[in-house]
Design a binder for this molecule. Structure first.
Ligand code: HEC
Length: 117
């Protein structure tokens, strides 16, 4: 009885110790992430576009239900694009809730770069 209980407690403490060690190891070693790690973490504009926007703006951004936005960077700044995506309007739904801030930013930054090529 007592032995079993002690055994359980030991296991629990060991688990806690491992957790604390791994947490502190994380905090004490601020290694700079390399480029591939950054790319994996960073929100990806084109991918978000595929998930949320393609149905109305087309797979080439050529437009369908929504307008062509292939060169939207010529007309709108990143800020304006962010507002547009957040608020929607004129037949476009607002994405304020669906998109996280970094996703919204990545998407708008990508679109703002689309200019005459
Ligand atoms: C349900 C269809 C629909 C979806 C989904 C949609 N849009 Fe739109 N979008 C529209 C329509 C319609 C307009 C034109 C609104 C107007 O005339 O004011 C528009 C306008 C825009 C504009 C302004 C274009 C310009 O030249 O002024 C941008 C930028 C835009 N959408 C980006 C996006 C992005 C990015 C997404 C995905 C997060 C998205 N849209 C999803 C329908 C949609």
């Amino acid at each position: 009885m007592i032995e079993g209980f002690a055994h359980m407690t030991m296991r629990w403490m060991l688990g806690l110790l491992v957790l604390i060690l791994s947490l502190s190891a994380c905090g004490s070693k601020p290694s700079k992430p390399n480029d591939t790690q950054v790319a994996a973490v960073k929100a990806d504009g084109p991918k978000i576009y595929q998930n949320f926007c393609i149905s109305c703006h087309g797979n080439q951004l050529q437009g369908a239900q929504g307008p062509n936005i292939q060169k939207v960077g010529e007309r709108l700044t990143e800020e304006e694009i962010i507002k547009r995506i957040q608020k929607g309007g004129g037949g476009m739904p607002p994405f304020q809730v669906a998109l996280k801030e970094d996703e919204l930013k990545a998407l708008a930054a990508w679109l703002a770069e689309l200019k005459q090529w």
